[in-house]
Design a protein around this ligand. Structure first.
Ligand SMILES: [Zn+2]
Length: 306
């Protein structure tokens, strides 16, 4: 399976990343998604979303029309999201929209910082753990969190929940929140037909529906690769697109020291930290947490959900 493979959750993609072609919607790293995805203009009635696979064969004239519309849409998405797109400067993104009463923003955005809720001087930080649950590492991480009075959000993968369903109740019973991290951790999810994409996005909510405390409120794209369609599909199902602001790359096992140092150097009020409880040996992550959590507490941080 692909969970935890090198390159997971990289914000900038890696040198070994497949290069996106113009024939598919460009995948957008979360770090850029907020500025690139936002301009959803008031538009005429929305034409069908571009997909590689037509839903059914049609009349040649319709096919030609669809091809033109599809080409235009692909071109528009690629153009808007291209790093050198003039939209980046000519059309500044609107300011972040405050959460509505429902908790959802009016325009789908990837949340990378905890929204301030008041209390001047207070420092908050949100820990997130991806790619689990894992029978070895998830309980160890829950234990460290509990000993330090911390809460966190667990971005679970459907296939992992399928293997270890009992761990879901263990996580929610410890007062943690759940986030959907797709069913199969398909990092090319942005290119899939919409029904498949929606099924992946909603899998964790459906799969954990009967578990006490399992109120799935977030979706995090596998690898952090978003597309406009994915943002819309998640947000329209009351799943807040969830990113991060600090990535110590613990999935790559750089050593507990490096994980600790990266978080300490970048810690700030409202930060969302990306860590992993699944996808491989997480001993370094556990060791780092043993040192980080007391340090964060000593710095005045309280642990919150995104
Ligand atoms: Zn992941």
């Amino acid at each position: 399976m692909r969970v935890g493979t090198p390159g997971d959750e990289t914000a900038d993609g890696g040198p070994d990343r497949p290069v996106a072609t113009r024939s598919v919607p460009r995948r957008i790293p979360a770090s850029r998604a907020t500025v690139e995805v936002l301009p959803r203009r008031p538009a005429p009635p929305r034409p069908p979303r571009p997909r590689r696979e037509p839903a059914f064969p049609s009349h040649p004239a319709l096919t030609r029309t669809s091809a033109v519309v599809t080409a235009l849409l692909f071109g528009m998405i690629t153009f808007v999201s291209a790093p050198d797109s003039p939209f980046r400067t000519a059309t500044p993104p609107p300011p972040p929209v405050a959460p509505a009463a429902t908790g959802m923003a009016a325009v789908p955005q990837v949340v990378t910082e905890v929204r301030r809720l008041g209390t001047a001087g207070a420092r908050t930080i949100a820990l997130t753990f991806d790619d689990g649950p894992d029978p070895t590492w998830t309980p160890k991480i829950l234990d460290v969190l509990a000993r330090n009075g911390a809460v966190a959000t667990f971005c679970m993968v459907g296939t992992q929940v399928e293997r270890h369903p009992e761990l879901v109740a263990q996580v929610t019973g410890a007062g943690m929140r759940l986030c959907s991290h797709s069913r199969t951790h398909d990092e090319s999810l942005a290119t899939r037909p919409e029904p498949a994409m929606v099924a992946e996005i909603t899998d964790i909510r459906d799969r954990t529906a009967g578990v006490p405390g399992a109120d799935v409120r977030y979706f995090r794209a596998p690898g952090g690769f978003w597309s406009p369609a994915m943002l819309g599909d998640a947000a329209s199902r009351d799943l807040q697109p969830l990113g991060w602001s600090i990535d110590p790359r613990d999935w790559n096992r750089p050593g507990a020291d490096a994980v600790v140092t990266t978080v300490q150097k970048n810690a700030h009020d409202g930060a969302i930290v990306l860590l992993h409880d699944g996808g491989g040996n997480r001993a370094q992550t556990v060791a780092a947490l043993e040192r980080l959590l007391p340090w964060l507490t000593s710095q005045g941080y309280t642990y919150v959900f995104p």
